[in-house]
Design a binder for this molecule. Structure first.
Ligand SMILES: [Zn+2]
Length: 75
């Protein structure tokens, strides 16, 4: 068992490359991205990203604009 855990999280795959700040930013985005995105209309998780900032709910079939990496509305 390692006594000291690494703080790299999802950026661990890059090793020491690209710099600490860039990796920290990426971790922030990716941890948010992995949360279930909740639809602002029907409040159900099941929103898919079609493109940058464009989201579609599979439950109520609404298409809407949000943040680039997360739904960003109602949070
Ligand atoms: Zn919905």
């Amino acid at each position: 068992m390692p006594t000291k855990l690494k703080k790299t999280k999802s950026a661990g795959r890059f090793g020491s490359r690209y710099g600490k700040k860039v990796r920290a930013k990426l971790v922030k985005v990716e941890t948010n991205q992995r949360k279930k995105q909740v639809c602002p209309f029907c409040k159900k998780p099941g929103v898919k990203r079609l493109s940058k900032g464009i989201w579609k709910c599979s439950k109520c079939d609404k298409k809407f604009a949000g943040d680039t990496y997360t739904v960003g509305i109602g949070e």
